[in-house]
Design a protein around this ligand. Structure first.
Ligand code: KG4
Ligand code: ZN
Length: 335
């Protein structure tokens, strides 16, 4: 079954052709350079660029897969969550395409597709497993019961881990999206030079809070500048990365032991983080657990992962009609 998938939830216009877990083509047109000058994604600009690129990106995905549109069996599209104006471009384009070709339309939840990036890379992986889902907008510990059934065990109460990285990196003078650069320059050997707080939350012990950590970094930089002192940016980046990883790793391992689950999956943009991958690998080895994470090219937003998840949504009977709408916020366990 050839699925043509479309992703426009944030600042990447992407299209792919996927057959089950096989990726026949995957095209990503990123807008990052354009948003960089504003220090973050400008929603209105994102929507406009999606409109300009979507036809061409889709045509390129078809031609790279060596297929005509008549050889496509279904259209998949990210419909939630994300920037509403950006999502609408993909949803309307996909509806038009599915209608004109008279083939099924499969709505895909963005976070579910991040998890599915792992199905592409690891053909043997199948639910159930625990997933640490860490992106620019979300931080969840999810029990993946089946391909389309999820149980949220923990979530951030405020900022997402990616947001904490990006905003702290920005205060350190790095450009958007700072999480990527912060990971490159962070100096592990100097990470103890700055002691950052470790925010905890009351109630669910698997929940997170990252906003206090971000504020601590901003205050530290502000206080130093008021005293005319300079900041050792690689050391501070190292301290922040290490602290975020402490929190992510501790809660995730706790979730695994509470549920007795021995398979752990990382997903989302922040799963590209080098320290998170390294430390999680050694923790899982120690515990005899299986760990999976996507290759770097599938960690960020792309349409191949949308197509992979769409295959399972289709099998479950989750199809949409011409009345499909985009939704800015929607939990991963929606029904
Ligand atoms: O999943 P994603 O591409 O988009 C959303 O759905 O949000 O995630 C983007 C986030 C950004 O916050 C970016 O800074 C972060 O992923 N990110 C990283 C790394 N690569 C991307 N954060 C830490 N270390 C990285 N290597
Ligand atoms: Zn994403």
């Amino acid at each position: 079954m050839n699925i043509l998938s479309i992703e426009t939830s944030c600042d990447e216009t992407a299209a792919a052709v996927v057959a089950g877990r096989e990726v026949l083509s995957s095209i990503v047109a990123t807008q990052i350079q354009e948003h960089k000058i504003y220090g973050g994604v400008v929603p209105e600009i994102a929507s406009r660029r999606h409109i300009e690129s979507i036809s061409q990106v889709t045509a390129r995905a078809l031609s790279a897969a060596n297929l005509k549109k008549e050889e496509i069996d279904a259209i998949a599209v990210t419909f939630a969550p994300g920037l509403i104006g950006a999502l609408l471009v993909g949803v309307n384009f996909a509806k038009g395409l599915a209608g004109s070709l008279n083939i099924p339309l499969i709505p895909v939840h963005h976070l579910r597709s991040h998890i599915a990036a792992n199905y592409i890379a690891h053909k043997q992986l199948q639910p159930p497993f625990i997933c640490l889902l860490v992106s620019g907008g979300h931080t969840h510990i999810v029990e993946v019961l089946d391909y389309t059934r999820f149980n949220i065990l923990g979530r951030t109460r405020d900022d997402a881990a990616g947001e904490c990285f990006d905003k702290s990196a920005r205060a350190m003078g790095m450009s958007y999206p700072g999480g990527v650069e912060l990971d490159k320059i962070a100096d592990k050997t100097q990470a103890n030079k700055y002691i950052l707080p470790r925010p905890t939350v009351s109630g669910n012990e698997l929940d997170f809070s990252f906003s206090g950590l971000k504020t601590a970094v901003i205050n530290l930089i502000h206080n130093a500048s008021q005293k005319g002192e300079s900041i050792d940016v690689p050391a501070l980046a190292g301290a922040l990365r290490s602290r975020v990883c402490d929190m992510l790793i501790e809660n995730t391992l706790k979730a695994c032991s509470q549920t007795g689950q021995k398979t752990l999956v990382l997903a989302g943009g922040v799963s590209a983080n080098s320290e998170l991958r390294e430390r999680m690998t050694s923790e899982c080895e120690k515990r005899g657990m299986d760990l999976y994470f996507p290759p770097l090219n599938l960690c960020g937003d792309n349409a191949a992962m949308v197509g992979a998840q769409a295959f399972y949504e289709y099998k479950t009977g989750n199809l949409a009609g011409a009345d499909l709408n985009a939704t800015a916020t929607l939990p991963i366990d929606y029904r």
